[in-house]
Design a protein around this ligand. Structure first.
Ligand code: PGA
Length: 252
């Protein structure tokens, strides 16, 4: 059985006080739950990580960053390396989010470098892929996703793939209120799993968690997550409210 995961991506929201309060509220909510439905992860801004690590004391919520440097240390003003992220107590890092790809020009090559560095540091990577609207409309979405996987992830060994969670996020659905239909999500997730099988074999393909992201909310999560190749979600806007985020986890 594959692991079900719901990861919150807070993006550049919440000041330190607000962020730690939200982390504490989420921790408390799950601490009182008898059984876990899946792995819950919160990916906070860098400045929240160390504080949140101290607050998530019930061991049910994992912590992640949203980006990392492509170098381990040195004269890179303003950057935060995977090693520093790990030292806060975080276990995950999101790499390749569409906002990093488009606003900060991160290409497949740099994303692969970051991924390898993060894995070698002992972090797990939530690796994001997904097409923009005109790529879908022109029927090129499979080609785009295939390229992102082949160049960003497939240089990894099968063993390194154990540290990867894939998030398929159609860019046209991120923060827009539009979601892929459950059928569109399933079709792409199945395709991703087939590519994994072709490259790494059945075992790797079967155990890889593939999350859906893009305007997930409590009202649509259950239907999307019930698709056979959808293993949970990467949640943006709805991760900023405890009620919405926990309600999404409850749909797993
Ligand atoms: P959204 O963001 O849920 O606000 O659409 C998802 C994401 O960007 O990871």
């Amino acid at each position: 059985m594959r692991k079900k995961i719901v990861a919150g991506n807070w993006k550049m929201n919440l000041d330190l006080d607000e962020g730690l309060k939200l982390a504490g509220a989420i921790d408390k909510y799950f601490a009182e739950k008898p059984a876990e439905k899946g792995q819950v992860i919160i990916c906070t801004p860098f400045i929240h990580l160390a504080g949140a690590a101290g607050i998530l004391k019930h061991g049910k919520i994992a912590l992640g960053a949203q980006n990392c440097a492509s170098e381990a240390s040195g004269a890179y003003t303003g950057e935060i390396s995977p090693w520093m992220i790990k030292s806060t107590g975080a276990q995950y890092v999101i790499i390749g989010h569409s906002e990093r790809r488009s606003y900060y020009n991160e290409d497949d090559k740099i994303l692969n470098k970051k991924t390898l560095l993060a894995i070698n540091t002992g972090l797990k990577v939530i690796f994001c892929i997904g097409e923009v609207l005109n790529e879908r409309e022109s029927g090129n979405h499979f080609i785009v996703v295939r390229r992102q996987l082949e160049e960003g992830l497939f240089p990894l060994t099968e063993e390194q793939m154990d540290s990867i969670v894939i998030a398929y996020e159609p860019v046209w659905a991120i923060g827009t209120g539009l979601t892929a239909s459950p059928e569109q999500a399933q079709e792409m997730h199945k395709y991703i799993r087939e590519l994994l099988k072709g490259k790494y074999g059945n075992e790797c393909a079967k155990k890889m968690p593939i999350l859906y992201g893009g305007s997930c909310k409590p009202s649509n999560a259950a239907e999307i997550f019930s698709q056979p190749d959808v293993d949970g979600g990467l949640i943006g806007g709805a991760a900023l409210k405890k009620e919405d985020f926990t309600a999404i986890v409850e749909t797993l």
